[in-house]
Write a protein that binds this ligand. Structure first.
Ligand SMILES: NC(=O)C1=CN([C@@H]2O[C@H](COP(=O)(O)OP(=O)(O)OC[C@H]3O[C@@H](n4cnc5c(N)ncnc54)[C@H](OP(=O)(O)O)[C@@H]3O)[C@@H](O)[C@H]2O)C=CC1
Ligand SMILES: O=C(O)[C@@H]1CCC=N1
Length: 268
């Protein structure tokens, strides 16, 4: 049976999922999207050929509701949806920090809720989406969520107690790599390379390293060791990274992201 799927709050991540579902072969007629601003509706129609509907209409007509508003907008959206959402809808929340318990508490008792943390490489079908079930989510509900998110990359089930950590590593993860590329491109400019050439060199190094990390089966320490010649260039750079506390900075940064996810759960 083909499910009708609604994306409620079609911003950056909602649009990435919408595009992925269309690429995966879902018919535009089986997809409903909601937005807050009229110009966003126009842009989505132009880019994807989909019509927008109101939140209440989406809740009435779709079998699966994907909530993709900011955590701070989630309570208002749930209150708007509650009177129109029968308990047989599968509700999937993609919001950082927001717990399945929070979503359940706003909806008809018994509503199945799944929490998912995707990331923006969904735009190129290379997302990682971490999936956890709420109180009333069955294996079938989790499988529906996996089916949707497998269309834009990989999925991984984790207990909900690990979702804030997964958000720090995986949801926010791509940003850290963009930050590194940005900083390393600046370094290339300092070393006298043109910006576009520095960018190309760093991006290809990142792609090559990523494919090796994924496909070689080797530990990152082994892969780094193979680059690090005795008395050579790489170890000179590594010493500076350690001197500047980059490893400790990354650990502190991800801990801060995990803590922020917890704060968002508390409505901060
Ligand atoms: N960006 C990312 O990498 C990731 C984000 N997430 C999560 O996804 C969610 C969305 O993030 P992101 O896409 O970045 O944010 P965006 O601001 O781009 O998207 C949220 C969208 O929801 C719309 N919106 C807000 N309230 C309503 C409403 N009541 N009805 C309909 N639409 C509404 C907003 O409209 P308007 O534009 O008018 O404000 C906006 O377009 C967040 O909860 C975030 O934690 C999860 C994983 C990764
Ligand atoms: O920065 C954020 O809060 C969202 C959640 C994960 C990635 N972006």
């Amino acid at each position: 049976m083909t499910h009708k799927i609604a994306v409620l709050g079609t911003g950056k991540i909602g649009e990435a999922l919408l595009g992925g579902m269309l690429r995966a072969g879902r018919a535009p007629a089986d997809l409903l999207v909601t937005v807050r601003r009229a110009e966003r509706a126009v842009a989505l129609r132009a880019r994807h050929g989909v019509e927008t509907v109101g939140n209440a209409e989406a809740a009435k007509n779709a079998d699966i509701l994907i909530l993709a508003v900011k955590p701070q907008d989630m309570a208002a959206l749930l209150d708007e949806l509650a009177p129109h959402t029968p308990a047989d809808r599968l509700v999937i929340s993609a919001a950082a920090g927001i717990t399945t318990g929070f979503v359940e508490s706003h909806l008809t008792p018994g509503t199945p809720v799944v929490r998912v943390m995707p990331n923006t490489p969904a735009l190129v079908d290379e997302a990682m989406s971490v999936i956890s079930g709420g109180t009333h989510a069955t294996e079938e509900h989790l499988a529906h969520a996996e089916d949707i998110f497998n269309g834009v990359g990989k999925t991984l089930r984790l207990p909900e107690s690990q979702q804030d950590a997964a958000t720090a590593l995986s949801g926010s993860g791509p940003a850290y790599f963009y930050f590194l590329v940005e900083a390393m491109t600046d370094a290339g400019i300092l070393l006298g390379l043109p910006r576009d050439k520095a960018h190309d060199l760093i991006v290809q190094a990142a792609i090559g390293a990523s494919v090796m990390l994924r496909d070689s089966g080797e530990h990152p320490v082994t892969l780094r060791g193979a680059v690090t010649s005795p008395g050579g260039t790489t170890i000179s750079a590594i010493r500076e990274l350690e001197n500047h506390g980059v490893r400790a900075a990354l650990i502190a940064a991800l801990e801060a992201a995990r803590d922020r996810s917890r704060q968002l759960a508390a409505g901060a």
